[in-house]
Design a binder for this molecule. Structure first.
Ligand code: SAH
Ligand code: TYD
Ligand code: ZN
Length: 415
């Protein structure tokens, strides 16, 4: 825990370097973002204080409080990675790239941290390449196994990684998407990678990028599961502590803007020019400077006021307002803004594990996505704004029928 009796609210200790973490944004009392609930359980929800700070020692941006991992990642974890066609293609292409490069050798071995329903490892498995996915959330892990994928239903950390090395030998690639930023015990992850990775192997992971979050004021990327908000600069320092060089970076358009980071053992591979370029750009923009982060926090308050103002006005006019995509991100928006069913009557979502339940904290009913076209609202708040192209293309008829989308990233707009 980074906050507690000895440090008090507003300051804490960095989970990476032990330096002082200064809070710059308090998003208040928040539920677990993926804890969709039955109406009868509405008075038994778990809440924590969602606040984010920056380490004065290593610049790493991180949550001030840590939620115990078993509360978030368990058998009923309802996020299924294969729910987006764009993401299915993104991960098939990523797997294909590894098959043609790092894994193009006899007896190659690939490990994925947070393989979820097998959206990426399916391509590796179909190619007959040796692999193992770590996935502590038992329900999605079973779905991956159903696709013929080897899964260890466990958390990746130093101990489990060392066991894997003894059982399977060294890994040529250790990959993770949207998972490393979920893991407060980053030290244990790097030590695990050290134990498991082949001497010439690569550790590659992609996560939401602080540069995009600040630029787009996408404060909904901040929730219980997203513990870290990486920059190339902060990660290069973190990797260095554990014997790894940041040797490549690549910006990705998915999930509102991410970066894919490639690490290799110190001195094993020359860094690509892109690493120095991105770090220089971060410094030129003063990306992780306290003043920049305070400016971001101020804009978050403006987005909240604009969104609540718009929704309150629409209710006064008697408009029917729903939302699209019961995202984890939207828990931060609804709970920070105080938006409940009186402002957004329901959320449409294609995930069976979420349908028929209430959204965490805000208690907005989740209904099957098919219900959207069966009775269009006047307005739909696009909670899954990161999938805007995919969803708006599928639901073209909504605007033709007179409906309008409400977006709040990078600012509040009706389109
Ligand atoms: N890689 C997928 C899933 C991201 S969701 C994608 O990009 O869509 C994050 C996943 O990480 C969840 O399925 C969660 O169960 C898993 N996870 C959380 N902590 C983990 C850990 N220590 N080791 C392995 N997986 C973990
Ligand atoms: P996502 O934005 O990927 O992640 P998070 O929950 O971490 O914020 O979640 C997208 C949600 O939107 C997920 O519940 C599935 C749903 N969805 C649809 O209902 N229809 C769609 O076409 C797509 C792409 C997603
Ligand atoms: Zn630090």
């Amino acid at each position: 825990m980074t906050s507690g009796a000895e440090s008090g609210p507003g300051t804490g200790r960095c989970r990476v370097c032990g330096g002082a973490v200064a809070e710059f944004l308090d998003l208040g009392r928040q539920p677990l973002s993926d804890a969709f609930l039955h109406g009868a359980d509405a008075d038994r929800e778990f809440f924590f204080r969602l606040a984010v700070g920056r380490c004065s020692g290593c610049t790493m941006v991180q949550l001030m409080e840590e939620v115990p991992r078993e509360r978030m990642f368990h058998f009923g974890y309802p996020y299924y990675s294969s729910g987006s066609e764009v993401m299915r293609k993104h991960f098939a292409a990523t797997a294909q790239y590894f098959l043609e490069t790092e894994l193009a050798r006899p007896d190659a071995f690939a490990v994925e941290i947070g393989c979820n329903d097998g959206v990426l490892l399916r391509t590796v498995s179909d190619a007959g390449v040796r692999h193992l996915g770590f996935e502590p959330s038992g329900g999605v892990a079973e779905v991956a196994r159903g696709k013929g994928i080897e899964v260890r239903a466990d958390f990746f950390e130093e101990r489990t990684a060392a066991e894997t090395r003894r059982e399977h030998g060294p890994a040529n690639v250790i990959f993770a998407a949207n998972t490393i930023c979920h893991i407060p015990y980053l030290d244990s992850v790097f030590r695990g990678v050290d134990a498991l990775l082949a001497d010439d192997g690569v550790f590659v992971f992609e996560d939401p990028y602080l540069g995009d979050i600040v630029r787009k004021t996408s404060f909904d990327q901040i929730y219980d599961e997203h513990f870290y908000f990486f920059t190339a600069d902060s990660l290069r320092r973190a990797g260095g502590r554990f014997g790894f060089d940041l040797v490549d970076v690549r910006r990705l358009p998915v999930h509102g803007g991410e970066v894919r980071y490639t690490f290799a053992r110190t001195g094993a591979r020359p860094p690509a020019a892109a690493v120095g370029e991105l770090i220089a750009a971060e410094r030129a923009q003063a990306l992780a400077d306290p003043a920049t982060l305070r400016g971001f926090a101020d804009r978050v308050g403006e987005v909240r006021d604009d969104l609540v103002g718009l929704l309150t006005g629409l209710r006064r006019q008697g408009k029917r307002v729903a939302a699209y995509g019961a995202t984890a991100k939207s828990a931060t928006v609804t709970n920070f803004c105080g938006i409940g069913p009186e402002l957004i009557s329901r959320v449409y979502d294609s995930t069976p594990a979420k349908q028929g339940l209430l959204t965490p904290g805000a208690h907005i009913p989740v209904e099957p996505a098919e219900g959207f076209s069966a009775g269009y609202p006047d307005y739909a708040v696009l909670f899954a704004w990161n999938h805007a192209d995919e969803i708006m293309a599928r639901e073209q008829e909504f605007r033709r029928a007179g409906g309008r989308w409400i977006l709040y990233v990078p600012d509040v707009r009706v389109v």
